[in-house]
Design a protein around this ligand. Sequence first.
Ligand code: FES
Ligand SMILES: [Fe+2]
Length: 357
Amino acid sequence: MTDFNGNLDNAATDEMIEQRLAVGLRNLWWPICPSSFVGERAISLRRLGYRMVLWRRRDGTVRILEDLCPHRGAPLSRGIVMDDRIACGYHGVQVDENGVAVSVPGSPGCKLEGSRCVRVFPAIERNDTIFAYVSDDQEQNTDPAPFTMPEQLESDNYSAFLCYAEWNGDYRFVYDNVMDPMHGTFLHKQSHSMSFGDTTAKFRIRDTDHGFVFEKEGQRNVNFDWTEWGETGIHWLRLEIPYPKTGGPGGNFHIVGMYTPIGPNKAAIFHWRVRDVQGWQRDTWRFLYKNRLEERHWHVLEQDRGLLEDLDEGANANEFLYQHDMGLVRLRRRLRNLATEQLEAEAARRMGRQSAA
Ligand code: FES
Ligand SMILES: [Fe+2]
């Protein structure tokens, strides 16, 4: 079917694509917050265009629902957690972990009772982090396939620290920043491990099974020399920074990053800092990290935050990109394509339903 301009009417417009990317892609797992945020009392977090309520059941597992009572919209997070359900603090409607209003004390037997009326975000906890699956608006997937993490967060050979922060900026500025290894040589010039390397390096893109690597030609293990983009049911970036001997055992330092939109100009920043260390070396590195390295790493990250938070909204509207920006161009295009695909699939489903009705 076409509209009067001859466009396919399930074609995604630039505006729709931008809106989708601004809140984050759907049908995907996303990190929501560090594990330590969630206890037996409900908390409310804004993420990915939703307000979410999170709590722990008595068995320790985490549940996430939309933080919106089906009766008159009060935040469920103000209510009382009752293990597998939460009772709204306004008029006592009880919503269970499947999003079903199981009890309506003010009007027993009314239509609301027994209806599945609250959005559920399937949750997984691992690597010190709570992850949620966000379905598209039309069809809620309550049993999505789990995601896999990069090897550094899957294998027992590695030891990781989660570093969490919230920055005032679009999460896509952070993607751009990490997809741009060259900024290490300039922005982090003073840093202990990034002051070496060619400032005019040539880059290339290499495809992988799950995404691609953006890397300096002919330079490895000198500086921040490559970044990898991966899609494994969740989106991640990975990089490696060589470490001097004073950095302790474990060779290169790995960083896995994920960035989740909180709101239009705010992002949740997840970095797992990882080393390939076992046995006593692991203890040494964990001790060294806590006592010496962590502070230095935060200092480097502050340089990124300072710059990114100072970018005005739309500052990238008139960029003049050059060879070093090839990686972020590729990533932006990939995200646009993913947004387009999912918007058009949703539109096609909607039209299918309309014509079936
Ligand atoms: S608004 Fe929640 S029970 Fe009325
Ligand atoms: Fe940086």
